[in-house]
Design a protein around this ligand. Structure first.
Ligand code: IPE
Ligand code: IPE
Ligand code: MG
Length: 246
């Protein structure tokens, strides 16, 4: 049980897997007359705040949507900046992740991600691999539909090679081929948070959000705080999850 600072409610039912669509960096910058990239830069501070708070609260996996397979449609300058952000982030914050016993993981496609970005992510994964606390899982060059297609191809290969019988193609065997197998047994999302007032999935964890609870905040991501994260946790524990039953 954790005392909540504002309204003295307690957080006693903490979701295992929280996933966040970190949206509104561009609008945050625009509101202040800054360049969009300054919004992305400031968004890193929100990542720090939320990572520390989530890990203090006992969340097992925090998945952050950092770059979607559709974000390549943005202007080349912005794409370039977003590709370089993991390098900056891990250079600065790996020591803080270590202090918090946080283990880094990534889900997404390596294809098209520049070498230095890939290396910095791999290095952070390696540096934190022995940590036993929360998994900080970056969805980077991630797309839900592409993930399901790749998983389907893997299942087909296994059926063709005889490793798997067609009858054994089940929710479990398909799920095991998804990128989120790397965060098993917490593959499925318990609480999905999206900032900036938008209320859509934008191709994020389509399979894994089948029974998640949604929390929408009007705040732009750079304005997101640990206390707002707590608000989402408090809201979550008042929900009744039924999974189709009664
Ligand atoms: C989220 O902020 C960050 C990424 C998608 C990488 P946006 O860049 O989408 O910000 P808005 O939605 O334009 O305000
Ligand atoms: C979703 O935000 C992707 C990330 C947060 C990385 P977008 O800003 O790309 O989503 P849309 O285009 O508004 O749906
Ligand atoms: Mg956006």
């Amino acid at each position: 049980m954790v005392d909540h600072p504002h309204n003295k409610k307690t957080i006693d039912l903490v979701p295992d897997h929280v996933a966040v669509i970190m949206d509104g960096n561009g609008r945050w910058a625009q509101k202040l007359g800054k360049e969009r990239k300054e919004g992305h830069q400031e968004g890193m501070e929100a990542i720090r705040r939320v990572t520390v708070r989530a890990s203090q609260r006992g969340v097992k996996v925090l998945t952050l949507y950092a770059f979607s397979t559709e974000n390549w449609k943005r202007p080349p300058q912005e794409v370039k900046f977003l590709m370089q952000l993991p390098v900056t982030f891990f250079d600065r914050f790996v020591p803080e992740l270590q202090e918090n016993n946080v283990k880094v993981n990534m889900i997404g496609f390596r294809k098209n991600v520049p070498g230095p970005t890939r290396k910095s992510i791999e290095k952070a994964i390696d540096q934190t691999k022995d940590n036993t606390g929360m998994i900080l899982n970056f969805a980077f060059n991630y797309g839900g539909r592409a993930e399901i297609i790749e998983a389907t191809k893997s299942v087909i290969d296994k059926v063709l090679s005889g490793e798997l019988n067609k009858k054994e193609v089940t929710e479990e065997t398909l799920q095991a081929e998804l990128l989120t197998n790397s965060i098993a047994p917490y593959d499925n999302v318990d609480l999905l948070i999206r900032s900036s007032g938008e209320q859509r999935l934008s191709n994020f964890l389509l399979w894994q959000n089948a029974y998640s609870e949604f929390y929408f905040s009007k705040l732009y991501w750079p304005d997101f705080t640990g206390d707002i994260f707590d608000e989402a946790l408090l809201d979550y524990q008042s929900r009744s999850r039924r999974y189709g039953a009664i």
